[in-house]
Ligand binder design. Structure first.
Ligand code: ATP
Ligand code: MG
Length: 309
């Protein structure tokens, strides 16, 4: 299943002094003039979990990379706990941990050394107790002497988080922590994120999965085509976007909804190539899955798509 983003709104997070990260009119044009960020203004509250949701190429990684000092902004400003990311970059970066989208670990290095090295990069003195705390927090303590290449994909992702936390940052950026991980691991990741929030860490994560934002975020920002379209408290957003559509694409055209599926909630698309089921996300009724609909059909199904309407 995939998602479509049909939200269009110009509401942006008001910038106040309580924000740990202040982003003001941030723009980024890459070489050749491509505008990846078109004036993003956003205030991130201390201790919140903010999910940035958006399709491929929306500008999520560019936004995070710019805040973390990996990508140079073209214009605009960012401060982290009052420190400007350009003029006061050492102080700003010391507050930040980044879990990158790609796994980029040295395969022959041991877990404990990898994490220790990350702490050293920030000029922090070696601290075995802090190291143990981070590794235990991420259930990596029993793997501390393993080489990275001996770990599963999910464990490698946890090492990335441990590295990002090694210097005790107050703001953690997770760039698609759930990409390519199974449902169980995704839930583990959510648990880790919740515990970090309990420890007072502010968390910004990017995701393609609205379910992920729904599960853990306090606020959700929707970014598309370099613009922040909306930032809103999750509960308010979910209430406002309470209707979901399940669109089942058919391999053959229908002229009408099959008799066995006739109900007010199911309609046929104008071209007859898709069945659309509209349901309320706040309803306690169990919504039909694509598989269930497919089983009820006499025709093969090409794909299914869920979107908020
Ligand atoms: N170094 C670069 N040089 C030129 N263009 C770039 C560069 N990095 C990113 N872009 C472009 O900027 C746009 C935003 O990319 P970005 O990686 O920020 O998107 P994203 O929202 O993180 O996407 P995804 O969900 O696929 O990770 C894309 O069109 C991308 O091709
Ligand atoms: Mg990205």
């Amino acid at each position: 299943m995939s998602l479509t983003f049909r939200v269009a709104c110009n509401q942006k997070g008001p910038v106040t002094m309580t924000h740990i990260v202040e982003i003001t009119d941030l723009r980024k044009s890459y070489k050749g003039g491509f505008q990846a960020l078109k004036g993003v203004t956003l205030g991130i509250e201390q201790g919140e979990i903010l999910a940035l949701l958006g399709p491929n190429g929306a500008g999520k990684t560019t936004l995070i990379s710019t805040i973390c000092g990996i990508t140079m902004p073209t214009s605009g400003s960012v401060t982290v706990a009052g420190h400007d990311i350009l003029t006061d970059y050492r102080a700003a970066r010391s507050m930040i941990g980044l879990v990158p989208q790609e796994i980029n670990l040295e395969p022959f290095e041991r877990v404990v050394n990898t994490v220790r090295f990350s702490r050293g990069l920030f000029g922090k003195p070696s601290d075995d107790a802090a190291l143990e705390k981070v590794l235990r927090q991420l259930s990596l303590w029993d793997k501390k002497d393993s080489q990275i290449r001996e770990l599963s994909g999910g464990m490698k992702r946890r090492v990335l988080i441990a590295k990002a936390l090694a210097h005790d940052p107050r703001v953690l950026f997770l760039d698609e922590p759930s990409a390519g991980v199974d449902v169980e691991l995704r839930k583990d990741m959510w648990e880790i994120v919740r515990k970090l929030k309990d420890d007072g860490v502010t968390i910004i994560l990017t995701t393609h999965y609205i379910e992920e934002a729904e599960a853990i975020a306090d606020r959700v920002g929707i970014i598309a085509d370099g613009e922040l379209l909306l930032v809103e408290e999750k509960t308010k957003l979910m209430a406002r976007m309470g209707q979901k559509e399940l669109e089942v694409q058919l391999t053959e055209r229908l002229s009408e909804v099959p008799a066995n599926l006739r109900s007010g909630a199911l309609t046929l698309s104008r071209d007859g190539c898709a069945l659309i089921y509209t349901y309320d996300t706040t309803s306690r009724r169990i919504s039909p899955s694509a598989a269930m609909l497919a089983r009820s059909l006499v025709m093969p199904v090409r794909s299914a798509l869920v979107s908020y309407v």
